[in-house]
Design a protein around this ligand. Structure first.
Ligand SMILES: [Zn+2]
Length: 200
């Protein structure tokens, strides 16, 4: 009996342990459109990263709401928000994750592809799901998941990742990101990654 009791306890602990690790417990997604206002972000041939970021975020907002998640937009218009303001908005929400959307720039215009950054370990898991679904959904070079000490990732308490959805400096990716269809695929792929992280 004693041995059986011990076994049962061990099993219960194992199942509970699995349960808490299996599902990410969040109800709110804080969406952070990079740059804004006087801060254009990457800029090339009159294409400004700040506009692309915001449009992808609006599409992501819609898809996540349709899937039953609450959404907080760090900015929903073309205004400047400091990095510490972004982090403090994010840190107001419990049971949340933080997803920052950017597009990239390189002095080498042949460089292209998508990469996702994180800082903490939960953010790393989230970044992995988001990057995998982006690479599945978008025709682009997989630049991988990378750890970086970006202020918005470091200062947010919730699991956080930052997507670089393509290069403004690359003519092919720049043309693609100017199309609503491409921005919708990017947004839906990020949403899919978020939902896969939630239901893992
Ligand atoms: Zn940026």
């Amino acid at each position: 009996m004693i041995e059986a009791h011990k076994l049962l306890l061990t099993l219960t602990v194992a199942v509970l342990g699995m349960g808490s690790a299996a599902a990410a417990d969040f109800t709110t997604v804080v969406i952070d459109a990079g740059h804004g206002g006087h801060d254009l972000g990457a800029a090339e041939s009159k294409v400004y990263e700040k506009h692309i970021n915001l449009d992808v975020c609006r599409r992501l907002e819609r898809t996540l709401r349709e899937n039953g998640l609450k959404v907080v937009m760090v900015r929903s218009k073309d205004n400047f928000v400091t990095l510490s303001e972004r982090a403090s908005i994010a840190n107001k929400y419990r049971k949340s994750i933080f997803v920052s959307i950017h597009f990239n720039h390189s002095w080498k215009n042949t460089v292209s592809g998508i990469e996702t950054y994180y800082y903490g370990s939960q953010g790393g898991k989230l970044a992995r799901y988001v990057q995998d679904d982006l690479i599945e959904g978008v025709e682009a070079v997989d630049r991988g998941v990378k750890k970086a000490s970006f202020a918005v990732l470091r200062r947010t308490h919730a699991p956080a990742c930052l997507v670089e959805g393509g290069f403004v400096s690359n003519a092919i990716e720049r043309d693609a990101m100017m199309e609503g269809k491409r921005r919708q695929i990017i947004a839906d792929s990020i949403a899919k990654g978020i939902l896969n992280y939630k239901n893992r």
